[in-house]
Design a protein around this ligand. Structure first.
Ligand SMILES: [Zn+2]
Length: 336
């Protein structure tokens, strides 16, 4: 890129790039990724890991300020909180409550229509508004980390809970059996994800370490393909969005206002102007700088500088490493 580029004479439109979506595990084709070790805000979490679990609500949109005919989906964090020890709900989420209400309404109507002896197609048609509403109001719960594909493109990597468990298990086994640290910046590997093609509770993801054939003394030998990270990789990861801050953070009252609006875009516009993306945790060590709002967004933008490095712990012995659980093992090479 040259030092000067053409000024933007046509307003903010030119600056927009369409969102191509995150890296995900697709149903078909190759899913090969080099996953980044815990970094950026993932290090500051109570349990540092290479990914964070985000519960994201969909279902509300705001008009595009440049083209009011177009709507922008505005996802937001679910605030539902359960105390796992007491099983008590500590924070109610109005959107979750609304979803439960629509589901109950649908079940009741279905039971009534079935009792009245209506044919299945008729019942399906009668329930279609609720069905469509539930489809739009999806609660997306996924793990978010950073990964690079074989083309060298870094992006946020979104994976389901079962796929995360399968990856954790593969990493643990690869370490125990072959002493390979799957995410190590200097010697990490590529993981290959394959779905079993089934849906719902039967869906499974298989995770393998990618191997390649090399020529050794005239013989083809299969070896693990390593994926050391470079400064360019670090730069690319730094340029991505924060996985601990993927959508708006709204309060109970703000979510309640959205739910009660029945999807009114004007209400959504006001609510999302109030809700800010705030980087989680990393306190007390991190410093937070709030910049003035940028012209293209409504809320203020918060930039958090990484927390200073924690004191370095003594190196564990190889036996200690072998006995470690995956979480502890991954924390060892958390890089700030
Ligand atoms: Zn919720």
């Amino acid at each position: 890129m040259s030092f000067f580029i053409e000024a933007n004479y046509e307003g903010t439109k030119q600056n927009r790039t369409s969102f191509k979506g995150y890296h995900t595990i697709k149903d078909i084709g190759e899913n090969i990724y080099r996953i980044a070790p815990p970094c950026r805000s993932l290090i500051a979490l109570a349990n540092p890991d290479y990914a964070i679990y985000n519960s994201v609500h969909f279902g509300y949109s705001v008009p595009d300020p440049l083209n009011p005919d177009r709507m922008f989906k505005k996802p937001f964090y679910c605030i539902h909180k359960v105390n796992y020890k007491t099983k008590k709900v500590e924070v109610q989420c109005p959107e979750c409550a609304k979803i439960a209400e629509v589901k109950a309404e649908m079940d009741k109507l279905k039971a009534e229509l079935t009792k009245e002896g209506h044919p299945e197609a008729y019942i399906k048609q009668a329930l279609s508004p609720q069905f469509a509403w539930l489809g739009e109001h999806n609660l997306d719960r996924k793990w978010y980390g950073y990964a690079k594909n074989l083309a060298g493109e870094w992006n946020i990597f979104k994976l389901g809970h079962k796929a995360k468990l399968a990856l954790d298990d593969r990493m643990k086994r690869t370490f125990k059996e072959d002493q390979i640290k799957g995410l190590d910046p200097a010697s990490g590997v590529w993981f290959k994800f394959t779905k079993n093609g089934l849906k719902g509770p039967n869906a499974l993801t298989n995770v393998e370490v990618l191997k390649e054939k090399i020529d050794m003394n005239g013989q083809k030998v299969e070896v693990v393909k390593t994926a050391p990270l470079t400064e360019a990789d670090v730069k690319a990861i730094e340029g991505l969005g924060d996985v601990a801050n993927v959508c708006a953070r709204l309060t109970f009252d703000q979510i309640n206002a959205l739910v009660n609006s029945g999807g009114n875009p004007e209400v959504a516009k006001q609510v999302f102007a109030l809700g800010t993306k705030v980087t989680t945790t990393s306190e007390p060590a991190a410093t937070t700088v709030t910049t003035t709002p940028v012209p293209t967004t409504t809320g203020s933008v918060t930039v958090t500088t990484p927390a200073p490095k924690a004191p370095v712990a003594p190196k564990p012995t190889s036996q200690e490493i072998a006995d470690m659980d995956a979480d502890k093992f991954l924390r060892m090479f958390a890089k700030s």
